[in-house]
Design a protein around this ligand. Structure first.
Ligand code: HEC
Length: 269
């Protein structure tokens, strides 16, 4: 249903763009952004549908679905769960973000191999990632919910403090920190505007729009991928998927975006 709606919407958008003539706007970049903002033209929803299939189908060595996965609000509770992650999970005695928790459920409920899931966490041009689709499905169930991290457990507070420290820590041969690019107003690299991630307003705009369909990647990307990508931009060693540092950064960013309403999957360049 969603697929056909999407196809219809995409066709309508293309038709509208053609009939109005792209040249109508003085600024083709604004025109491009306007077209991207059309939710009917967002292929991210195809990943949500695929994620739903992967969530409910019996799969893996244990031939089980993920329907009993506990994302922090109890087994099987999806609504609003993504908006309250990362959080502390007593069963593993650590803080997990949505992606790590889904991986945990794929391992414990379905019997999949953790190293193998992580190796395939990010899709490539010729290989889809189950995890990206699952994150899209889980996150979309929190669309419309406001970000609200518990941040009461000592390990949650520890993750927040570590995330903040990493944000300001300079390294590698450019000697960049996250803060070098993300602490000022009105900065940009080429055409890309850089968010001031210390500010609630900017952090909200950034965090409430992940996962997102990235047009330039031709796939849906998750917050873990965004962290990995910015580490790469800093020429730091590869950020390990689901590592303590990645979760700490996501905890810090999400807390800074407290109160922001999730609108996912979004669509971005
Ligand atoms: C060399 C500059 C640079 C550094 C250093 C950098 N980033 Fe980024 N970051 C970017 C660019 C460029 C984008 C993409 C902006 C766009 O596409 O609109 C981005 C995007 C992001 C986004 C998504 C913003 C959005 O609105 O979707 C987040 C979150 C983010 N960075 C976090 C970080 C973190 C955390 C670090 C440190 C680990 C970091 N960045 C380091 C340049 C940088």
């Amino acid at each position: 249903m969603r697929l056909s709606l999407w196809a219809l919407g995409a066709a309508a958008s293309v038709f509208a763009a053609l009939s109005s003539g792209l040249a109508q706007s003085d600024n083709p970049v604004d025109e491009y952004r306007r077209m991207l903002a059309d939710p009917f033209a967002n292929p991210g929803f195809l990943f949500v549908d695929e994620g739903e299939r992967l969530w409910t189908e019996r799969r893996g060595p244990k031939n089980a679905s993920l329907e009993q996965c506990d994302l922090g609000l109890g087994p099987g509770v999806l609504d609003g769960a993504y908006a309250q992650l990362p959080r502390y999970f007593p069963d593993v005695d650590r803080v997990m973000d949505a992606e790590s928790r889904i991986v945990h459920c794929m391992v414990t409920l379905q019997g999949f191999d953790e190293a193998e899931i992580r190796r395939r966490a990010f899709s490539t041009r010729d290989r889809r990632s189950d995890l990206e689709a699952l994150v899209a499905f889980v996150a979309e169930k929190s669309s419309g919910h406001k970000l609200s991290l518990p941040l009461t457990h000592p390990k949650e507070k520890e993750a927040y403090a570590l995330g903040e420290a990493v944000f300001y820590r300079r390294g590698s041969y450019f000697d960049f920190s996250c803060s070098t690019c993300h602490s000022q107003e009105g900065m940009r690299i080429r055409l890309q505007e850089l968010a001031n991630l210390r500010k609630n307003e900017d952090a909200i705009r950034a965090v409430t729009t992940w996962p997102t369909y990235r047009v330039s990647h031709e796939t849906l990307r998750t917050m873990q991928h965004r962290m990995w990508d910015c580490f790469w931009q800093m020429r730091m060693p590869d950020l390990v998927h689901g590592s303590e540092v990645s979760i700490a950064l996501i905890t810090w960013l999400t807390k800074n975006a407290e109160g922001g309403e999730l609108t996912v999957p979004a669509i971005k360049r």
